[in-house]
Design a protein around this ligand. Structure first.
Ligand SMILES: Nc1nc2c(ncn2[C@@H]2O[C@H](COP(=O)(O)OP(=O)(O)O)[C@@H](O)[C@H]2O)c(=O)[nH]1
Ligand SMILES: [Mg+2]
Length: 212
């Protein structure tokens, strides 16, 4: 087994090259879970990643949200990603448990302007790992960085803002538990790092052994 990496995205293309040989011999299909508190931006990230655009209005999704995206890695290798958006089920633990089954990786999303969503991440990771039956790779996503920029000088909002250093430290703690984990900050609104976040997870899944 490979060692857990300290989170970094600078080795992305290298890692893709390293694993492109593996992808040649398999049709790669990945089941990926989007998890995190309500309204942190899970559906928005998925929509933007799928090319469906950003919506400013909040629509709670009822039931499961499911999407498939094809992605071509360096060297022309195709992978299909099934994205399971836990949608409006943040409060329905029993319903949720089935969604984790067979997942190969998870995007754990919090809002960088809502500390409580950050504090809940470890609960999400725990729930994910226990229901998936193993420690699948996790990419920790600090979303809404466009808002954090606006709020950074606001003394009231400063309490609730989550810094890059705090996010990185949490990802390091998750990685220390022997799992492939990374940290990335995004804005679904501006599109910043959205594609990179999904790519990062694919790389971590491949590092962890890919298809299981
Ligand atoms: N400014 C800003 N708003 C965001 C961002 N991501 C999501 N939102 C907004 O936050 C609200 C909740 O987003 P949604 O994707 O539905 O969250 P979910 O409950 O986690 O799926 C919506 O009003 C979105 O428009 C972001 O990166 N920046
Ligand atoms: Mg949603």
């Amino acid at each position: 087994m490979l060692q857990a990496h300290s989170p970094t995205h600078t080795n992305t293309s290298l890692a893709v090259q390293r694993f492109s040989g593996v992808l040649k011999i398999v049709t790669a299909l990945f089941k990926v879970i989007l998890m995190g508190d309500g309204s942190v931006g899970k559906t928005s990230l998925r929509r933007v990643y799928m090319g469906e655009g950003f919506k400013a209005s909040y629509m709670i999704t009822i039931g499961a949200d499911f999407a498939v995206k094809k992605m071509t890695l360096e060297g022309g290798h195709d992978v299909s990603i099934q994205i399971w958006d836990l949608a409006g089920q943040e409060h329905f633990k029993s319903v949720r448990s089935t969604f984790y089954r067979g997942a190969q990786g998870a995007l754990a999303v919090y809002s960088t302007v809502e500390r409580s969503s950050f504090e809940n991440i470890e609960n999400w990771v725990e729930e994910c790992w226990s229901n998936a039956g193993k420690k699948i790779p996790v990419v920790l996503i600090g979303n809404k960085i466009d808002l954090r920029e606006q709020f950074i000088d606001n003394p009231v909002m400063r309490q609730t803002i989550v810094t890059t250093e705090e996010g990185q430290a949490l990802a390091d703690r998750i990685a220390q538990r022997g799992v492939h984990a990374s940290f990335i900050e995004t804005s679904a609104k501006t599109g910043k790092n959205v594609e990179a976040a999904f790519l990062e997870l694919i790389i971590r899944i491949l590092e962890a052994g890919g298809l299981s």
